[in-house]
Ligand binder design. Sequence first.
Ligand code: FAD
Length: 324
Amino acid sequence: MRIPDFEYHAPAHIDECGALLSAFGEDCALLAGGTELLVRMKYRLTRPSHLVAVSRVEGMGEIGYDRDTGLVLGAGVKLSALISSTAIREHYPVISHAATLIAASQIRNMATLGGNICQNTRCFYYNRSAAWGKAVGPCIKRGGTQCHAVRGSSRCFAVYQGDLAPVLIALGARALVIRNGQTSDVPLESLYSGEGRAPFGAGRFVLWKITLPPATHALFAGYRKYRLRDGLDFPIAGVALAVERAGADVTSLRICLTGVWSSPVLVKQTEETAKGKPLSPDLVAELAELAYWSAHPVENVEGTAARRRSMVRLMTREALLGAP
Ligand SMILES: Cc1cc2nc3c(=O)[nH]c(=O)nc-3n(C[C@H](O)[C@H](O)[C@H](O)COP(=O)(O)OP(=O)(O)OC[C@H]3O[C@@H](n4cnc5c(N)ncnc54)[C@H](O)[C@@H]3O)c2cc1C
């Protein structure tokens, strides 16, 4: 399969990058490592005439840690750098750990943080060649009117399967984005629409940087990934959590899921449920139940929906019990 023709742009400044995106509109895509985008172009799932590379944009490769202000990561940082960075391994080892679980080392050497966070949703009925699409008929995400995964539905259920977004959201990450010439600093979870067909909503944006609050000694964070084969597979369910305690009692707790909906899912009411209490077996079971009821997988990636949902409960329990 050949990649369709395109014009290549490599801006050095973030304003120029945003301006190119605005100027070319829907006929343009941002290119980072290309490990997801170029595959979709080969399948003719997207056909932008202009690719705007982010690799040379100022600040995209930044990794900086300050104990008063926290961590700053440029969106162009390679996944392999997330694994090898001393600052990340020391202060947020869960990020390095999650990055090691993504794809294979050749891909991690090309792929970036921003591309991972901004990857498109996936589905058995979408990530297929153009010839396959013609034979079966287009699903909603391919421009049709029917969801093949949930018959009769006019909504797209394609799944978000990124590994890093749930971890960063659990840690309270914020995103610095350029949209229509404006820079804004927003909670990372707000980038996702929750809809499979257009997982980032209608507007185009450049993700420039990710910031995290300073890591404290009271922080424990974990990530569990369920996939059929270790090695290359995407998560068909994943659980990330970050918990802080004063003594034995929980002071803050965030749990975020992946692979079970069209966006990362920040589980509601975890903090209200856990605040001021020790992580007793009863509380852990209650939190695992909250996570279970927040997962809404359908049969559109590997594994059955029921099994993936049960794995969310199991992994939440395991991750919480792993807290020292
Ligand atoms: C065999 C294989 C296995 C994989 N396994 C996993 C896995 O286990 N877990 C996982 O999470 N992913 C997996 N991936 C998906 C993908 O490789 C990674 O998510 C990777 O991190 C994407 O990064 P990239 O830099 O290559 O993105 P690209 O392919 O360059 O871009 C991906 C998308 O993000 C957009 N984008 C890129 N940078 C920005 C930015 N700064 N601002 C806004 N939008 C941007 C692009 O326009 C594009 O739509 C796998 C891919 C393959 C081919």
